[in-house]
Design a protein around this ligand. Sequence first.
Ligand code: PEP
Length: 252
Amino acid sequence: MAKKRLVAGNWKMYMADAAEARKFAVGLRRRTRGFSGVEVFLAPPLPFIADIAKALESSPIEVGAQIISAHEDAPHTGEVSGRMLKGAGASFVIVGHSERRASGETNDVVRASLERAVEAGLTPVLCVGEREREADGEHFAFIEAQLSSALNNFPKNLLKKLVVAYEPVWAIGKSSVGAMKAPELEEMVIFVRKTLTDLLDRKAALNIRVLYGGSVEPGNASELLAAGVNGFLVGHASADLNSFVQIIQACK
Ligand code: PEP
């Protein structure tokens, strides 16, 4: 696996205002200078993207969005296109986050959003994850359906930059105690990779970074990393500078 590890921060609505967001970005840039073994992505809320992209200009930290419109045409109030995101300075976008799915994004919408992201030249970070663990292993079929709906028959050459984030919904927004445990994660990472291999092919699948998300904090980052993930999608801890830097450091 030649690709560098990746730590992506999903700020959700955590920053109070543009000044707080900018201060954080400047601090992050300073404190991660010289971290060469890991890539860092940051997804602020939409109104802050341009400002944060400017604050991080010519640094290796990439700025992205938490949503992208699934629509191809213009008359959709409140929606933001991939082209607009790119124009604001985004280079990646989170697609299919469970909190968006809970607000009504279906697998079809996620697929269309992925298509729009790729068309716009944005790196998609595709989120999948079961709501609950089922004793009969039903969650494997659930993840397989999410991946298959998003990726089946997708031209492989357009997925070179794809990142997959496995985020079990039940583990999101807790403390590190509520996160998935490394042995369970190891099993899921193998399953996600196997499913990607079936949907694409071995070479294309090996090229995809598989992240874990769900209550990653400095205290569990190293242990979870040992489960075979290529990095993390970090929610609440990405809005705390010390925690985020420590998680990035663990992935160096
Ligand atoms: C997320 O929502 O993508 C996430 C991983 O959140 P948290 O780290 O807060 O669980």
